[in-house]
Design a protein around this ligand. Structure first.
Ligand SMILES: [Zn+2]
Length: 384
């Protein structure tokens, strides 16, 4: 559910208000699915014309995609019901993903993650019901398609319930450990280790099949690939657990590294680029007016693609007014600031009188975590 691949995504529109996206790999998978369904039907119904086999293959692919979409929609709608911010549903090569904010409680996590596979199991009953009716009415082609959809949904539901992160079942396991131990980072770690174990085992079985089973090339490669994706997902879940452990109990101020000198509103953008951003490797420069911080200029606004360092504009023209950026006390929980950074380029830290202490960017957090890792200041990172 959270193994989102990088790469270009195409937005199709909204479904129940949730943005729906597809990746290029999804188009590839759909064509592959039509082809393999067609190859099957052409063999099973050899007495039929190829035209009917193709229609059946397209219908089967649409129903399979629909099943995956309904699975993700269940996550999205239940997530929204439990107060999560659901930002997108993405369909890609291995199925789908629903992007949402972190659940606040173990119960929210359980309901959010279990909803997807449970919907697949409900669809099994629906498709079996239709198959029974079609069989009764001697509609062989319909019974063939819906019968296979029932099996595919059973496979989808059960595979996703395997208790290994990043599969849904891994998050179900996480919610249970979280509930029992009251320790979220530990729960994430347990699910990640299970994911690494299952991923490694799948790769092992895949290799064995490839080497020792006659004709096992395709299945072996396929198993190995699924295992590899699981292993990678588990690794990133484990990294998240490490970060949460490393920063647990720390104040947000530990995330500050570079200290940028404030500039005035009439400072030119050109000067900002060459004297501040390039020279001092800072990501955010405070802008002052009458000795008071009024805004922040971010490196990304004046450098990089789409930004031009034209000399006409000033810091006052390009700054983000202080009130528009997320602001936290410097004594706030560091992990909270990390969560805010998932949605914002920078988080502003202030002292108890509301004066600026600094601005934390994602790159800075990366630097701090690298230092912590290098110094061994925290529990050993999760590696497998
Ligand atoms: Zn799911």
């Amino acid at each position: 559910m959270t193994m989102l691949p990088s790469g270009h995504r195409i937005r199709l529109g909204r479904i129940f208000g949730i943005p729906l996206e597809i990746t290029a790999s999804w188009v590839l998978l759909s064509m592959l699915a039509v082809w393999s369904f067609w190859a099957r039907y052409a063999t099973v119904f050899h007495h039929r014309t190829d035209g009917i086999a193709i229609v059946m293959a397209v219908v089967a692919t649409v129903l399979l995609t629909g099943s995956i979409l309904v699975h993700e929609l269940a996550h999205g709608l239940v997530g929204r019901w439990r107060g999560l911010r659901v930002s997108a549903i993405t369909l890609y090569f291995f199925g789908g993903a629903t992007t949402a904010s972190d659940p606040a409680t173990p119960v929210d996590e359980l309901l959010f993650t279990a909803s997807g596979p449970v919907v697949n199991l409900v669809l099994v009953l629906v498709f079996w019901g239709i198959t029974g009716l079609a069989d009764h009415g001697h509609a062989v082609a319909i019974a063939q398609v819906t019968g296979e959809e029932a099996w595919l949904n059973l496979l989808l539901g059960l595979f996703n319930l395997v208790p290994a992160a990043p599969l849904d079942g891994g998050h179900v396991l996480e919610s249970v450990v979280w509930r029992v131990t009251k320790d979220r980072a530990r729960a994430v770690n347990v699910a990640a280790r299970a994911g690494a174990g299952v991923g490694g085992a799948l790769i092992g079985v895949g290799v064995l099949e490839l080497l020792f089973v006659r004709g096992g090339l395709f299945d072996g490669l396929w198993l190995g690939l699924i295992g590899y994706v699981l292993l990678e997902g588990a690794r990133s879940a484990g990294a998240r657990a490490w970060v949460e452990t490393a920063l647990r109990g720390q104040q947000a101020r530990v995330l500050l590294t570079d200290h940028a000198q404030p500039v005035t509103k009439d400072t030119s953008v050109r000067w900002l680029v060459y004297a501040e951003f390039l020279r001092h490797h800072v990501d955010a420069v405070p802008v002052e007016d009458d000795g008071r911080t009024v805004g922040i200029v971010l490196a990304g606004d004046v450098m990089g693609p789409g930004a031009t360092a034209d000399s006409e504009r000033t810091a006052g023209d390009v700054m983000h007014p202080l009130g528009q950026l997320p602001t936290e006390p410097a004594t706030a929980d560091a992990i909270e600031v990390l969560r805010l950074l998932a949605d914002h380029p920078v988080v502003v830290l202030v002292d108890e009188t509301g004066r600026l202490v600094g601005a934390v960017s994602q790159r800075q957090v990366g630097l701090v975590l690298d230092r912590l890792r290098a110094l061994g200041a925290s529990p050993a990172p999760f590696t497998r």
